[in-house]
Write a protein that binds this ligand. Structure first.
Ligand code: SAM
Length: 293
């Protein structure tokens, strides 16, 4: 390794003034990076979404807080805490911010802080590291060349319906965070938008003791989950929408042909698969065609 900062045994250099977003583990404590440890050991001011979690992580890695300030900065106190952190930056100090787990700003606080620091002309840096979204994508087996991180779905109503309809049309692999209490509801609702056949992946408790990955068609994965809410932290990934280039006319022609040799359900399944269309939509059209004849 030619970078002297990576040499073991040397005390880490003091960071230059500025704001540092420091990623922390999403489970296994040893997933923290060496640079994150350096920053936590040497930044003038530490800030955390959950100060107890950060203290605990620092204890695990033998990093003393000393007499440095550790400021709570979370969704509910941003307005009050931001000026204090901005004042430290204005005094030329280094400020390291960590959210409760993973990468700050990824479904976590930090956005307003980063914007305010940029607006005030302070340097903003990252110490990149774990994020559940990327961790889940890497083990999912779904296409990783293009993905859409959509965070937590709205919990109810029209906002939720619109959100699900939108992500179902995505031409990129969709990555969602969802509460374990709402995963079964999500899988019950998804087929209305994706059809039963769309591939999905449920990643539970990544990097932790009860890590589990379920892969399969949405209806199949829903059946495997059964009647009990799963436990722990969960990422849901949804395969991109099939290529919808087949027209209504293409579907009708293919259906008329398939209906000569097959029952309605079979014909619809064959055409849906061949043209990459949702089974439910093709089945409805097949029923109409049979009714018309
Ligand atoms: N900032 C974090 C990141 O970079 O992933 C995400 C914070 S968000 C408040 C917490 C959500 O992330 C959880 O509800 C879950 O959806 C997901 N998550 C976090 N850790 C996870 C893990 N170990 N396994 C699966 N999902 C996880």
């Amino acid at each position: 390794m030619s970078d002297p900062r990576l040499s073991a045994g040397r005390p880490p250099p003091k960071p230059a003034p500025g704001l540092y977003f420091v990623a922390t583990p999403i489970g296994a404590a040893r997933d923290i990076t060496l640079r994150a440890l350096d920053l936590l050991a040497t930044a003038d001011v530490l800030a955390a979404e959950d100060t107890r979690t950060l203290r605990h992580l620092m204890e695990i890695h033998g990093i003393p807080l000393g007499d440095r300030p550790l400021v709570a900065y979370h969704d509910h106190n941003g307005e009050q805490a931001r000026p204090r952190l901005l004042a430290a930056l204005a005094e030329g100090r280094s400020v390291a911010y960590s959210s409760e787990a993973g990468t700050p700003l990824v479904a976590d606080p930090g956005f307003q802080l980063g914007r305010a620091a940029i607006a005030a002309g302070h340097p903003v840096h990252t110490a990149p590291g774990p994020s559940a979204a990327i961790a889940a994508l890497t083990v999912s087996g779904l296409p990783s060349d293009r993905f859409l991180f959509a965070g937590f779905p709205p919990q109810t109503g029209e906002a939720r319906r619109k959100f699900l309809a939108g992500i179902a049309r995505s031409d990129a692999t969709v990555i969602l965070y969802e509460s374990p209490k709402r995963v079964r509801k999500l899988l019950d609702e998804l087929p209305q938008h994706t059809g039963d056949e769309r591939q999905i992946v449920i990643c539970r408790e990544l990097t932790k003791r009860f890590e589990e990955v379920l892969r399969g068609a949405v209806a199949e994965v829903r059946a495997r989950i059964g009647d009990q809410d799963p436990k722990g932290e969960i990422v849901v990934l949804i395969d991109r929408a099939p290529d919808r280039s087949a027209s209504a006319e293409d579907m009708e022609t293919a259906l008329r042909q398939a209906l000569r040799d097959h029952r309605v359900k079979e014909a619809a399944a064959l055409v849906a698969e061949a043209l990459g269309l949702p089974r439910r939509e093709v089945y409805q059209r097949a029923l109409q065609l049979v009714g018309e004849d």
